[in-house]
Design a protein around this ligand. Structure first.
Ligand code: ADP
Length: 268
């Protein structure tokens, strides 16, 4: 049995490997003390590895010997391979791994190798921060609930709306301009629509970059991970649909928020 911690910009993810399987738990980065107390109760006898941008901060607070840190991309890529194999997908060896965390990072995985190929600052932090500025709701779950009733057409401009009765050169349902349908203060769309459109903006940005990366590398599958997909059907749907439009196979990995923590635990 072993444990891994992935301390990121927003959340701390913990993975504990037990005989029966993995146990996962996440905490806000503001609850680091609660997280460590929780961990001490359950995983004190286990070996522990830490990864993520805030690994040093967690390490400083931990009073134990075996707390070596693991490079972030190595951990998330190894964790993704492991969770894919548990999902019966061990035949998948070459793919793009897109991690939509607070920000978004994109890695190319070929067999045992991985290479960071880029990313974007548009990610889960954008979902919360931009939606917060627009609607004054900053709570992730509340934003997701709000978005559930939202429609993007009052906010975003599709290709077909620009072309009207003409024939567009690309699929008409693609977004021509995110937020481009908002043109006057007189017609401010409802909050729900605004949040739905922020989610659309995040979905389309991370997918477009993933598609480019996949085309450049000559791979046909993109595996999406990160906590931005947690309880977020709109993000999942847009990412899936848009990836497929480009002929790629999208996989939104179950428990994909915990790839970093799993990869850290495994590097014992
Ligand atoms: P990081 O490792 O950078 O913390 P994560 O993969 O944990 O990134 O994803 C963080 C994002 O997940 C947040 O920006 C937010 O969009 C989303 N999220 C999911 N669940 C929560 C939650 N309980 N609290 C805050 N953000 C959440």
């Amino acid at each position: 049995e072993r444990a891994g911690i992935d301390a990121g910009g927003t959340l701390i993810k913990v993975a504990i490997q037990k005989r029966q399987g993995w146990h996962f738990q996440s905490f806000s980065i503001r609850q680091v003390d609660e997280c460590l107390a929780w961990l001490n109760e359950r995983a004190a006898p286990l070996s522990l590895r830490i990864t993520g941008g805030k690994a040093d901060m967690v390490q400083d607070k931990l009073n134990r010997q075996d707390k070596a840190s693991v490079p972030e991309f190595l951990a998330s890529c190894n964790g993704a391979r492991h969770l894919l194999a548990l999902d019966g997908q061990s035949q998948l060896t070459d793919f793009i791994l897109t991690n939509v965390g607070t920000g978004t990072s994109i890695n190319l995985i070929r067999g045992e190798t991985q290479e960071w190929v880029g990313g974007t600052g548009v990610g889960g932090g954008t979902l919360v921060g931009l939606s917060g500025l627009l609607t004054n709701v900053y709570d992730y779950s509340k934003l997701i609930q709000l978005a559930a009733q939202g429609h993007r057409d009052s906010v975003d401009l599709t290709v077909s709306r620009i072309y009207g009765n003409g024939t567009p050169p690309i699929p008409g349902d693609l977004t021509a301009s995110n937020f481009g349908a908002v043109s006057s203060k007189a017609a401010v769309p409802p909050s729900a629509d605004q949040v739905a459109s922020v989610i659309g903006l995040v979905a389309e940005t991370v997918t477009a970059l993933s598609v480019m990366a996949a085309q450049k590398a000559g791979v046909d599958t993109v595996v999406y991970i990160g906590s931005s997909f947690v309880e977020n059907p709109k993000l999942k749907k847009s990412v899936t649909r848009y990836s497929r439009q480009w002929g790629l196979t999208p996989i939104i990995l179950r428990d994909g928020s915990f790839c970093g923590a799993v990869g850290a635990a495994l590097s014992n």
